[in-house]
Design a protein around this ligand. Structure first.
Ligand code: 5AD
Ligand code: SF4
Length: 456
């Protein structure tokens, strides 16, 4: 029996893709290993978004080269595959830099993985980064029920891939290609299969998920809001989330979904990147800081308790002190429950990498530290405000200590609780009694969560 280990870097799309690759290989008799050391086939599912992420691949390949060499002396074979966005972006360059690699495969060819591996056995260093005409989703086998359940009660479901926005800093339009939405019927079938196997929460994912415009059963293009409304009807599914969104695509149907669908969790990850209009324009974001504020106002009107999250880039080319202060002001105005922030990293082939006014590293570092301190404080404040409230928690796994369970609040906060008689997949009211930087502590509550109680 052959064993495969997939190591994923980067975004949730890669987590989803890693599972699909494992499924494609399971159909050919591969079982999943927990470590590279235990595997005959090692797949690095890579991320190209920032230089740091991309460089990690090469250090990992160095380690695998030693492992492969050592095994070869024992007569044992190892296949090494580079998949994901670095594969797509660098292609054959990877094999030239790291001859340990047997196969380079881009995200649009995962359904062909078994045959590509056979090809690579005969011709090590094989590269496939085509964007084939057929839909890979039609050719990727569905996982077995037990496998779905073993992966947990919260699952990702890709509904859209690629991006047509062309933010000037971003590689995604190049690595993942043009925007493509899957038809509603196929998404529903996948959601029903997941729910049927015990999945309680689905996070609908796409590089630009709220630009979703897949074909509906009525032959018209459906929006993400319409899709979520339909998904909310799938028996067994209790929670829906979606990520990642673009401010330009927060349409009325999606905002209405936040108002009307109890299953749609009160959490929105809406990257803004920067607060200065000049920088937003140079980033080709096609919205201003105030337009972003107005979108947030509308979302908060629809769902007052919503937890907001965002992505930020500091030190984009041309960013002055005043521009950066505009970012700090936006952060102060909105009050994010969580956020990711990065130093601008010039990416080959993107317009911003060629722009004048590249910001020196120490300036980026200082701005990032200031921004992160502010975001951290807001996150703590948001968590602290949850203490004393009763919220529904989806139990996801055993906790850190014996007798503990770990789950998630509607606001995507990690919650630990000590209790007996609950199983993974239960959704129970929990009174939050304490907050640490990265998780909340709670105890089973006697009554329903307050937002339900007050709505009744
Ligand atoms: N440099 C730094 N951060 C980047 N991101 C995307 N491209 C870059 C880059 N070149 C960040 C953005 C995006 C998140 C996924 O990664 O904030 O929203
Ligand atoms: Fe990284 Fe973007 Fe690829 Fe996700 S889609 S793995 S964030 S480069």
């Amino acid at each position: 029996m052959k064993k495969v280990f997939v190591k994923s870097y980067g975004c949730q799309m890669n987590v989803y893709d890693a599972e699909r690759m494992a499924d494609a290989l399971a159909a050919k008799g591969y079982v999943e290993a927990r470590t590279a050391e235990d595997a005959d086939l090692v797949i690095l599912n890579t991320c190209h978004i920032r230089e740091k992420a991309a460089e990690k691949v090469y250090s990992e390949l160095g380690r695998l080269r030693e492992m492969k060499k050592e095994r070869a002396t024992e007569g044992r074979q190892t296949q090494v595959v580079v998949a994901g966005c670095v594969a797509q972006a660098e292609g054959g360059e990877i094999v030239r830099r790291a001859p340990v690699v047997d196969l380079v495969v881009g995200p649009q060819s995962y359904h062909r993985l078994p045959e590509l591996l056979a090809e690579a056995s005969a011709r090590p260093g094989f590269v496939d980064t085509e964007f084939p005409a057929e839909d890979k989703f039609d050719h990727l086998p569905a996982p077995a029920r037990e496998k779905i359940r073993a992966r947990g009660v919260s699952a990702f479901l890709t509904v859209q891939e690629g991006c047509d926005k062309f933010c000037t800093f971003c590689v995604v339009p190049y690595t993942r290609g043009a925007e493509v939405s899957r038809p509603v019927a196929k998404i529903l079938a996948e959601a029903e299969r997941l729910a049927g196997a015990g999945v309680r929460e689905i996070t609908v994912i796409g590089q630009n998920v709220n630009a979703y415009h897949g074909e509906g059963p009525d032959g018209r293009d459906w929006t993400l809001g319409m899709l979520l409304e339909r998904l909310a009807e799938v028996p067994g599914l209790a929670r829906l989330r979606y990520t990642t969104s673009h401010p330009r695509d927060m349409d009325e149907t999606l905002i209405a979904a936040h108002r009307d669908l109890p299953a749609l969790m009160p959490y929105l990850h809406l990257p803004v990147q920067a607060g200065s209009d000049a920088i937003l324009a140079a980033m080709n974001r096609r919205h201003t800081g105030d337009e972003y504020r107005r979108i947030i106002d509308a979302v908060r009107k629809a769902r007052p308790d919503i937890a907001l999250s965002s992505d930020f880039i500091v030190g984009f080319p041309g960013e002055s002190d005043a521009d950066f202060e505009a970012t700090m002001r936006l952060v102060a105005d909105i009050g994010f429950a969580s956020a990711y922030s990065f130093k601008y990293s010039p990416r080959p082939g993107t317009p911003a990498a060629e722009m004048e006014g590249q910001v020196p590293e120490p300036v980026k570092a200082e701005r990032l530290a200031r921004l992160q301190a502010a975001l951290d404080e807001d996150r703590r404040a948001f968590n602290a405000a949850t203490v004393g409230r009763t919220v529904d928690v989806l139990i996801e796994r055993p906790g850190r200590h014996a007798g503990q369970l770990a789950g998630k609040s509607p606001y995507l906060q990690a919650v630990q609780l000590e209790t007996e008689g609950l199983t993974v997949g239960d959704i129970v009211p929990v009174e939050i009694v304490g907050a640490a930087p990265n998780s909340l502590f709670g105890r089973l509550a006697a009554g329903p969560p307050e937002e339900r109680a007050s709505a009744a």
